[in-house]
Design a protein around this ligand. Structure first.
Ligand code: FAD
Length: 637
């Protein structure tokens, strides 16, 4: 359940929010707006301090009802000198419902449009990090749901401002103690400013002990004093905790114009990089990303594995991008957030126990995946007691549409028929040569996103440990709907043993897409009739009625084949190649390019710029350590 809040009558539009758990009000008697502006913004020297900066990172210890975030975002928007990127990282152990967050802003009409946009993204807040995106990717809110100390351990960035907020230290001492402040200090650089509304002696002492110089300043009525401070420890900071310097945007070459490369190009261009995307083919999305349509559905596992968590973060990132860049709901749609039904044909229990109806996390989990209902099984002509899951946020996307949209980001240039063969180290950056030794380009930063070809290109640098990438051939089957097939289709995709996307609008009509084969270490993209038979056989098990309709009534069944690129762990491979800070790889998306490409691109950009990561450090590191120890050490240097 979301956190229970009582709304006390105080004459304001929404009322005054009160926490029965902590026996305290969420905000000051004055309504909270003055507190947010005077105590926190002004207390940290904002907006002046961020003027002209490329990025600014705020760390807040208690999100509550999001008022400080809304006020900071509004101040950013109103400021002509605002930084290009505003990161707001906020911790919250007991997240309130989206409705309560919105209601809390009702007493401040100027914040209502911001609150509405926030409300729309406040769903599925399971424990862990959630990256919410506003202002076309220029305002990034990272909500860290869980115990403050545990969440702080997962953060790896340097905050420019710290807002210490939360219930009264007497009522919730845990987030005001020396251990929390020590973890906050780990996220500070010399000079990071801090502000809070409490001047409790215990708080001042603990902050001082952790290296903050603090002083009382005149308070926001009815409070007499507020507290401001700066991180200026008397000791030398350990080298191990110094993060990489924030990179200044320059020129980057991305090799590969599939989902992985195009996503990287867009993420870097949004941060001010000039990006040239080179591809061997004559058109973008000529590799695996040329699939007519692909599924977007989270991975679920009883232990909520790293893959499951990353897939959810990735899907949130893809949904944000698809929602902003693609069209849905008309005849030429690029995608549809229809939901996806997953059949559990082996009858295995898939949901974590805490997600089961009535359990602790059931409410947040119900925004992601729930047991399927008879109403969802019925349109698939399946028995209403068939074990199945319903992925609420699932859907389908035409990958090539997303690739083209990313390549259209201002600052990105695409060039085809540019097959890279050798990478040559330069004094500063990299030179890319084709097979004849002709230069294709040079740049300060080079990103390999060439699928399974990334291995050979990385080898051309003379790296000691080859990238452990595996090519996996796949053939999908598709056809234009005939009368009988159109009527037999469910209104959403189904997976679980192969998959069926029932309605994909193509140029020459409405199509179904079913897939796919998996054949390791095969890079042949020729079509094979036996693969069509294999796909239809799988469909026979997954959706017997639909398979029958296709066999009886479909016109010619077509095929499409491509090569996936996978790592041994089934997680993508993302990081600098063997300790080279200006040669990165983003590949190994396996069968989940639509779930991972956008997330990996944001991770790459965040690592390069010392920004807060969109996922817990532990999860991000799982992608670094795919194959070469050099990857992890370079990113953490
Ligand atoms: C049959 C099939 C079904 C699939 N179904 C789904 C699905 O339902 N959902 C999902 O999320 N994913 C699915 N996938 C996986 C998904 O397609 C991939 O994960 C994703 O497209 C990988 O994107 P990429 O950019 O890493 O690779 P690619 O799209 O393969 O891009 C690599 C690019 O690099 C270029 N290149 C290669 N070598 C060079 C070079 N030397 N120089 C310059 N350029 C070069 C290629 O031309 C290509 O454009 C499926 C894949 C297949 C094959």
């Amino acid at each position: 359940m979301p956190e229970r809040i009582e709304w006390l009558e105080d004459g304001t539009a929404g009322g005054s929010p009160y926490s029965p758990r902590f026996g305290d009000r969420y905000r000051s008697e004055g309504g909270g707006l003055d507190q947010a502006k005077d105590v926190f913004l002004k207390g940290c020297g904002l907006p002046g301090a961020w003027a002209g900066q490329l990025q600014w990172c705020v760390l807040e210890t208690g999100f509550g009802l999001g008022l400080n975030f809304l006020v900071t975002w509004a101040a950013w928007k109103a400021d002509p000198q605002r930084p290009r990127l505003l990161h707001f990282v906020s911790l919250e152990a007991f997240p309130a419902s989206a409705d309560d967050v919105y209601r809390s802003a009702l007493s401040h009409p100027e914040l209502i449009p911001f609150a509405q946009a926030l409300k729309d993204q406040l769903w599925g807040l399971l424990p862990g990090f959630h990256r919410l995106v506003f202002e076309g990717g220029q305002v990034l809110l990272t909500l860290c749901i869980g115990d403050a100390k545990a969440m702080l351990r997962e953060l790896a960035f340097e905050a420019d401002s710290v807002y210490l907020d939360g219930f009264n230290p007497r009522l919730n001492p845990g987030i005001w103690d020396v251990f929390t402040f020590k973890a906050v200090a780990r996220c500070c650089r010399r000079g990071t400013r801090l502000a809070t509304w409490t001047v409790a002696r215990s708080v001042r002492d603990a902050l001082t002990q952790c290296g903050f110089q603090v002083e009382k300043v005149p308070g926001t009525p009815p409070k007499r004093d507020n507290l401001q401070g700066e991180y200026q420890p008397a000791w030398t900071l350990k080298k191990s905790r110094v993060l990489p310097a924030r990179r200044t945007p320059a020129h980057c070459i991305v090799l590969g114009a599939g989902l992985a490369g195009a996503a990287v190009a867009a993420s870097l261009a949004r941060r001010g990089w000039r990006v040239t995307v080179l591809d061997a083919a004559a058109a973008p999305a000529a590799g695996a990303s040329g699939l007519p349509a692909g599924l977007l559905a989270p991975h679920v596992s009883p232990d909520d594995s790293v893959l499951s968590r990353l897939s959810r973060s990735g899907i949130r990132a893809t949904l944000q991008q698809a929602g902003a860049l693609l069209t849905q709901g008309h005849p030429g749609s690029d995608w549809q957030a229809s939901g996806v039904l997953e059949r559990c044909l082996d009858h295995a229990r898939k949901l974590p126990p805490a997600w089961q109806p009535g359990a602790l996390l059931a409410d947040a989990a119900s925004d992601w995946t729930v047991p399927a209902t008879p109403a969802q099984l019925g349109p698939c002509s399946l028995p209403t007691d068939s074990p199945a899951l319903w992925h609420v946020r699932g859907g389908w996307i035409k990958p090539s549409s997303l690739v083209r949209a990313w390549l259209a980001t201002p600052g990105v240039t695409w060039r085809g028929q540019a097959k890279a063969s050798t990478l040559v180290r330069q004094t500063s950056g990299w030179q890319v040569l084709d097979a004849t030794g002709q230069e294709l380009g040079t740049a300060e930063l080079l990103v390999l996103a060439t699928g399974h070809a990334s291995g050979a290109l990385a080898d051309s640098t003379g790296m000691a440990t080859p990238l452990a990438l595996q090519a996996i051939r796949g053939q999908a089957s598709w056809g234009l709907h005939a009368k009988g097939t159109a009527g037999a289709m469910p209104p959403f995709p189904v997976n679980g043993h192969g998959s069926l996307i029932p309605r994909v609008p193509l140029e020459n009509g409405m199509a179904w897409v079913a897939g796919s084969t998996f054949e390791r270490d095969n890079t042949d993209t020729g079509l094979r009739p036996e693969d069509t038979a294999h796909n239809l056989g799988k469909l026979q098990t997954l959706l017997p009625a639909q398979a029958l309709a296709i066999q009886a009534d479909s016109g010619q069944i077509q095929g499409w084949a491509g090569i996936r690129c996978a790592t041994p762990s089934r997680l993508p491979a993302l990081g600098p190649v063997q300790g080279q800070p200006d040669l990165w790889v983003s590949t190994g998306m396996g069968a989940r390019g639509l779930s991972f490409a956008a997330l990996c691109a944001e991770l790459l950009a965040a690592r390069l710029h010392g920004e807060p990561l969109p996922v817990e450090q532990r999860l991000a590191d799982a992608l670094l350590s795919q194959y070469a120890t050099g990857l992890a050490s370079a990113a953490n240097e």
